[in-house]
Write a protein that binds this ligand. Structure first.
Ligand code: ZN
Length: 297
């Protein structure tokens, strides 16, 4: 008779349970050791926390985009239909790129990914692709300028602020406050308004660009499914809302923080409207008609 057959059924079951437990413990401790050894444990925990923040803040899912953009920026000379340009550099020296379509006196500026954890960059890329393939969408005597990543450092790191954790949209020299309000999304995103108004290279690049005297500015954010406006933009915002599944928010009802914001800076400085779209996804088709209204209006 072998040893095993001598054991009672109860004893066999107990032995099996102990063996299973030992295997589980061994696997768990090995995994922990490997993660700790390679510094992955903190990263894993940090990533988990970050994902939660992203969902709350902007909604851009997943990990930073690959270094090479999915869109190939169209090139051309200043007189051609399409021209690519640079408006400045980020804190980390990344190029803040732009693309212009068409030529003319009416100038529409689209800004996206001011907050690097939001969907605007994806939609701006798709819009650039769309206009590259559909030149007839650009009316005569109209220029469309698109900056797909105002905040390239934040975009790479999937972070709201720039590399110094400054919220570009609280850094403009208009009613600037030294601290963000407690109920401000910026505070949840761990951002500051910067050490002084207009302190950040990304803000300075936009301020310089805005001197080109645009007709209107369309600022693309997420996550909300709404359209709102600052300055003389009520009619345009209403038309854009009608062309989209989003609803128009009356700025007097909107409790969003605006100290140091683009939406306050641009109308005050240039007397032109800023229309803000709060995307609800990274799909251009949801907002394409609204964007086309913004260039035809
Ligand atoms: Zn935003």
């Amino acid at each position: 008779m072998s040893f095993m057959t001598k054991l009672s059924n109860v004893a066999k079951r107990s032995l099996l349970k102990i063996l299973l437990l030992l295997v589980v413990l061994l696997l768990a401790s090995t995994t922990l050791l490997i993660m700790k050894g390679e510094g992955r444990l903190r990263t894993a925990l940090g990533l988990a926390a970050k994902t939660r923040v992203e969902r709350k803040q902007g909604g851009r899912r997943g990990q930073p985009k690959p270094k090479t953009p999915t869109t190939t920026t169209p090139k051309g000379n200043p007189d051609s239909f399409i021209e690519s340009f640079e408006i400045g550099k980020s804190v980390k020296g990344r190029s803040i790129k732009g693309v212009r379509f068409g030529r003319g006196g009416k100038k529409v500026l689209f800004l996206a990914a001011t907050h690097g954890d939001e969907y605007g960059g994806e939609v701006a890329d798709q819009f650039i692709d769309y206009l590259t393939r559909n030149r007839e969408a650009v009316p005569k005597n109209t220029e469309i300028h698109i900056i797909p990543r105002v905040n390239p450092d934040g975009w790479e790191d999937v972070r709201r602020g720039n590399a110094r954790k400054v919220d570009i949209n609280r850094n403009f020299p208009v009613d600037w406050q030294p601290q963000v309000g407690l109920n401000d999304d910026s505070a949840y995103g761990g951002c500051t308004p910067g050490p002084r108004p207009g302190s950040e290279p990304e803000t300075q690049a936009l301020m310089k660009l805005l001197k080109k005297r645009f007709t209107r500015v369309i600022s693309i954010h997420s996550l909300g499914g709404i359209i709102d406006y600052d300055g003389p933009g009520e009619e345009l915002a209403l038309e854009m809302a009608r062309a989209s599944p989003y609803y128009l928010v009356d700025p007097t009802d909107y409790s969003g923080n605006s100290s140091g914001s683009l939406g306050r800076y641009v109308p005050k400085t240039y007397k032109i409207p800023v229309i803000t779209i709060e995307l609800e996804s990274d799909r251009l088709d949801r907002v394409l008609d609204a964007l086309l209204v913004a260039i035809r209006f």
